[in-house]
Design a binder for this molecule. Structure first.
Ligand code: MV4
Length: 453
């Protein structure tokens, strides 16, 4: 096992990794930007190194500064958290060449899944179902129109290097497709440095279901069920839950087996998440394989009683995953609400500032993962997520009641947050009936789907 690791991240996930390390008896090194001097991850780590100014590109994305901090403090491994450098192949390679273990996917599976288009083809060849589409990069608008007419409208234009919904467009006809194709290309070039684009049939009424995977260095891979992440706004998830109200045991087993088969095809190691779309007649389609720990991992930990961060670290240290698929048993239901410093009444405008009054929920069935405290100033430089409230119940109905009770106890003042929106969702009839599709927020709250503007 490692004796010391560096956490190349900030906020609640840095704290989450520090907690796992403390329980594993591993010393920790925090890195922080000048804006994060007063952060809890700096206080709770055994050592802390300032790696640059507030802007992420100069600090949390600054590979030379992070590697220098790792060298100075003599760590054996780096945990990248989520976002920032967590899926950066170059960073993983630099770590490797400096004899520092990157706690994440192997460089082999990173190389086998360099972009979404290749991932789609790789999984199709591994026998997974994919949405009908271009099967190749689409070179120009004439080809785009030809493909769209073959697979029939509506279609979705996707940037091959995009992720988490960035660089996507929906088109309902030739005219729209042609104009969207050009803007999507330009956008992809600007955002990801590549104009590569492919096209898929747009599945209008689907659940966004993702399966949690764990694999060790010895070819053993298991899944830990699914999370339903259908409730998103502009591809920012607001509420996630497990089990999904859309799955039964039979379908869970089927998709889980497909996820494991896909992960085996790329020799997957560590924690990962395979995203699927599940349409109304139970057909499921591979979307993406995320090679990192995800924000919403706690709902899986709660229901399956397995610490995913500890397993990431143990696997990276070469430990065998001593859990068989039959040992993975769900117990109850869990929901997570991501509380963001955004104003739902003002187009989700970010709302940074000082937290004057804070009361975090507690009591039976509640877990809170957060880096905020009373007196903390929310920085405009980073993601606006303030806290994750995770509720557990013996079933979905109880988990919902626990969450509602917890949100009533949650006070974050005076900054504007998404709490009111999440309260509304928890009382929505369609949500209560489990009728949550990817267009849920657009339909219920008349939030215009930005992709179709
Ligand atoms: C789709 C889709 C429908 N059809 N692809 C969004 C994140 C990315 N990982 C996959 N995403 C989607 N891909 C096809 N062919 C629907 C989504 C999607 C979504 C789309 C619009 C608004 C909200 C959404 C929430 C989850 C998934």
């Amino acid at each position: 096992m490692f004796s010391k690791i560096l956490i190349a991240n900030r906020g609640e996930i840095a704290l989450r990794v520090i907690r796992a390390c403390k329980e594993l008896g591993i010393k920790t090194v925090a890195v922080y930007s000048e804006a994060d001097r007063d952060s809890l991850h700096v206080r709770f780590a055994d050592e802390a190194v300032c790696i640059g100014p507030a802007a992420s590109s100069n600090s949390y994305l600054n590979i030379p500064a992070i590697i220098s901090a790792a060298e100075i403090t003599d760590v054996e491994a780096i945990h990248p958290g989520y976002g920032f450098l967590s899926e950066n192949t170059h960073f993983a390679e630099v770590c490797e060449s400096c004899q520092i273990t990157f706690i994440g996917a192997s460089s082999e599976s990173m190389k086998l899944l360099p972009d979404k288009m290749t991932a789609r083809e790789t999984m199709r060849k591994a026998g997974l179902n994919v949405v009908s589409g271009s099967n190749n990069l689409v070179k120009g608008k004439d080809e785009a129109v030809k493909i769209a007419r073959r697979i029939k409208y509506p279609v979705m234009i996707k940037a091959s290097l995009g992720g988490g919904g960035r660089g996507m467009r929906i088109a309902h006809n030739d005219v729209r497709l042609i104009s969207s194709f050009m803007t999507a290309q330009a956008e992809a070039e600007a955002a990801f440095g590549s104009p590569d684009i492919y096209i898929e049939k747009y599945i209008t009424k689907a659940h966004h279901i993702e399966f949690q995977l764990l694999g060790d260095n010895y070819g053993h891979i298991i899944h830990l069920g699914e999370r339903d992440c259908s409730i998103q706004r502009r591809h920012q998830k607001l509420l996630e839950e497990t089990p999904s109200p859309a799955l039964d045991g039979r379908l869970r087993k089927k998709i889980g087996e497909a996820a494991v088969r896909g992960a085996k095809a790329v020799n997957y190691r560590g924690a990962g998440t395979m995203e699927f779309l599940l349409d109304e007649d139970g057909t499921f389609y591979f979307m993406e394989l995320n090679k990192r720990i995800q924000v919403e991992h706690p709902v899986t930990e709660i229901v399956y009683g397995i610490d995913l961060i500890k397993w990431q670290i143990k696997i990276a240290a070469g430990e065998k995953l001593n859990i068989g698929q039959d040992d993975v048993v769900a117990n109850g239901a869990s929901i997570e609400c991501r509380i963001n410093a955004e104003d739902p009444d003002n187009n989700f405008m970010p709302n940074p500032g000082k937290i004057e009054t804070l009361n975090l929920p507690a009591g039976p069935g509640i877990r809170v993962d957060t880096h905020i405290y009373q007196g903390y100033t929310v920085s405009p430089y980073y993601d606006s997520m303030l806290a994750k409230i995770i509720a557990r119940g013996c079933d979905r109905d109880e988990a919902i009641k626990v969450m509602k009770r917890a949100l009533d106890e949650l006070i974050i003042e005076p900054i504007k947050t998404t709490i009111s929106l999440q309260r509304n969702i928890l009382e929505n009839r369609l949500f209560l009936d489990g009728e949550v599709f990817t267009n849920f927020l657009d339909n219920i709250y008349k939030i215009k789907a930005d992709l179709e503007e």
